[in-house]
Design a protein around this ligand. Structure first.
Ligand SMILES: [Zn+2]
Ligand SMILES: [Zn+2]
Length: 399
């Protein structure tokens, strides 16, 4: 029996890092430390470091994270490009690479598939190992069709080091060695660890307020360091909100700047989390609905639909070579139903997030439609497996 279904569920490869990547990463640290030691302390240097850190941290948290990864507000095409360009001065690879991996993190947070979970693979792997490993160098465009349609963003993504090199050169030309060492190297090192901390420490230490399926946490200290990203448990609970601080005292500098952007008209459709009462009502509705609509992949494990799909994938390769027309028709029907189910479940998740007011009616409709499509897919799969099984019994399958 062919075992083609195994490829998609194979465990992650061993956790090793590339020596060249580690050397490059350490070299930037050495440049920062040795540079500061040689130049000595200066207030001008500190000011340049803080300014450069703040500017680029904003581009990472408000840009790469809240805009490109989560689309929590809207921008016109030119400011969208400028924000991506500014983000790439932070030397965190391409904007599309960043957003694609981050969407993957939210989909599989702290489950075995999560590419940077400290719960699964330890602190160092989640902090920096996954980047230095070379396992995730490619940008998976299937997760970011809404961004990949812009050629200028794809161009930026391909030229991932251009912006940061020009930025470094600009600091050197404007402020000399102090600009390069404090404004670029020291600031970049701090910016790296500030950002990576959200992937590592913010899934280990801090308070959990919302019962998310992952181990995300809230921390005032890291919210101050990272311009609001420390409210990571809030964020995992309500990722489509541009604000990550949900209470008045939960400091969120990036959101304040976005709010200003909204006031001057650059930022549009800034999304906020619903009030606490609505959030709690939503949590209740969500847990009730999850009993009937299996949205988590864990639930899918003992789902007859998932089992049949795996069975079809195993049979399919052998059966397909017979090129039986009935089988081809059924396969086309299966693909249509599976795509429809995917689209409906995406719709369902989006509707759930906006569910403050008129949610229940729309959710019920979607739920009914999902159930209907699931039944269609189930019926098609049953027929498909029956035909495939009778085919593999009746005709010799080439090895
Ligand atoms: Zn997270
Ligand atoms: Zn996020």
């Amino acid at each position: 029996m062919p075992q083609t279904a195994e490829a998609s569920t194979a465990p992650l490869p061993p956790h090793t890092v590339r020596p060249t990547a580690v050397a490059g990463f350490l070299l930037v640290h050495v440049a920062a430390v040795v540079g500061v030691a040689v130049l000595g302390f200066s207030w001008k240097g500190v000011a340049l470091c803080v300014a450069s850190y703040t500017l680029r941290m904003f581009a990472i948290t408000a840009g790469f994270h809240r805009y490109f990864s989560h689309r929590s507000f809207r921008l016109a095409r030119v400011p969208q490009f400028l924000l991506a360009l500014l983000g790439q001065t932070a030397a965190q690879k391409g904007v599309l690479w960043w957003a694609s991996n981050h969407r993957h993190h939210h989909k599989y947070s702290d489950r075995p598939e999560d590419i940077h979970s400290p719960v699964q693979n330890g602190f160092w792997w989640s902090h920096i190992g996954w980047i230095l490993s070379g396992l995730y160098d490619e940008t998976d465009f299937s997760r970011i069709p809404d961004l990949a349609k812009y050629p200028e963003l794809r161009w930026l993504n391909r030229n991932q080091y251009g912006a940061t090199l020009i930025y470094a050169l600009g600091l050197y030309l404007a402020f000399g060695w102090t600009g390069l060492i404090y404004g670029y190297f020291l600031s970049t090192v701090l910016l790296w660890h500030g950002t990576f901390t959200i992937n590592s420490l913010m899934h280990l230490f801090g308070r959990r307020v919302f019962p998310t399926a992952d181990q995300s946490r809230n921390s005032m200290l890291f919210a101050l360091i990272t311009m609001g990203e420390g409210w990571h448990n809030n964020h995992h609970y309500y990722p489509s909100s541009a604000a990550q601080g949900f209470r008045w005292w939960q400091v969120d500098a990036s959101f304040y700047l976005l709010w200003l952007g909204e006031k001057i008209g650059v930022v549009k459709g800034l999304r906020r989390a619903p009030s606490l009462a609505v959030t709690q009502a939503l949590a209740l509705a969500r847990s009730k609905l999850e009993v009937t609509v299996e949205t988590s992949s864990q639930a899918m494990d003992d789902d007859p639909l998932a089992q049949l799909t795996a069975r079809w994938e195993a049979l399919g390769d052998a059966a397909r070579v017979t090129a039986h027309q009935a089988l081809a028709d059924l396969e086309a029907a299966r693909q249509r139903a599976a795509q429809r189910l995917d689209a409906l479940q995406t719709d369902y998740a989006a509707a759930l997030a906006r569910a403050e007011t008129a949610a229940s009616q729309r959710l019920d409709e979607l739920k009914a439609e999902i159930e209907k499509t699931r039944r269609e897919l189930y019926d098609t799969l049953v027929r498909l497996v029956n035909v495939a099984e009778s085919l593999s019994l009746s005709s010799a399958v080439p090895a």
